[in-house]
Design a protein around this ligand. Structure first.
Ligand code: HEC
Length: 174
């Protein structure tokens, strides 16, 4: 894992050099400090941790709305909105890899970015639904969400927990 991350870092450094190789710009940069460093990112969590503690945890706020029996209170709507924001951002988190052994390889898989974007879009739909306090729209966002889980897991992990299969059947049954 270390080696592949190193290789990744090197590739990035080389491409940065390649971009800055052409002749110096005509205009001198007045009072510019040291050259701005290219943005770098070092993951601090594994994808598995992101899945368990962020994605899976906050998905239930959307999925459980249907089973609440009564419309959510204002405080509950706030929590649902908050959770949906985390899912929207979470879709972008999974695009950035993680510290797990295969986390940086997954990023290059054919549909990885697509499924991550689907998850982010479902999160955003959840945000809008929570802001308008629309339980039917939250349920639709929850269905989009579970589709992204199932599609990505089916393709890359081969294991689809039963609970999602149930959610999926429910969502395709309506
Ligand atoms: C872009 C692909 C992708 C999407 C979308 C995705 N997952 Fe995952 N998920 C993974 C991968 C890959 C792993 C395995 C990580 C590992 O084993 O290191 C994983 C692991 C998990 C785990 C841990 C399973 C275990 O046995 O430890 C849970 C829970 C989980 N995902 C829930 C979800 C939920 C809920 C959603 C949808 C809201 C979702 N995932 C969407 C790729 C995805």
């Amino acid at each position: 894992m270390r080696i592949s991350m190193l290789a990744w870092g090197l590739a990035l450094a080389v491409s940065t050099l390649a971009c800055t190789a052409p002749p110096a710009p005509v205009e001198p940069e007045p009072a510019a400090g040291p050259a701005a460093a290219a943005p770098t990112y070092s993951p601090v969590l594994s994808l598995n941790e992101v899945m368990v503690y962020i994605i899976n945890h906050y998905s239930h706020f959307l999925w459980d709305v249907d089973e609440m029996g009564a419309p959510p209170s204002d405080a509950q709507w706030d929590e649902i909105e908050h959770a949906a924001y985390l899912l929207a951002a979470g879709g972008h988190l999974t695009m950035m890899g993680g510290t797990g052994e295969r986390d940086m390889q997954w990023l290059n898989e054919t549909n990885w970015q697509k499924y991550s974007q689907d998850m982010a879009n479902a999160g955003l739909a959840g945000v809008r639904a929570a802001q308008s306090k629309n339980t039917a729209a939250v349920a639709r966002a929850g269905n989009l969400l579970v589709l992204s889980c199932i599609e990505c897991h089916r393709e890359y992990k081969l294991e689809v927990p039963d609970i999602w299969a149930e959610e999926y059947e429910q969502s395709s049954g309506n």
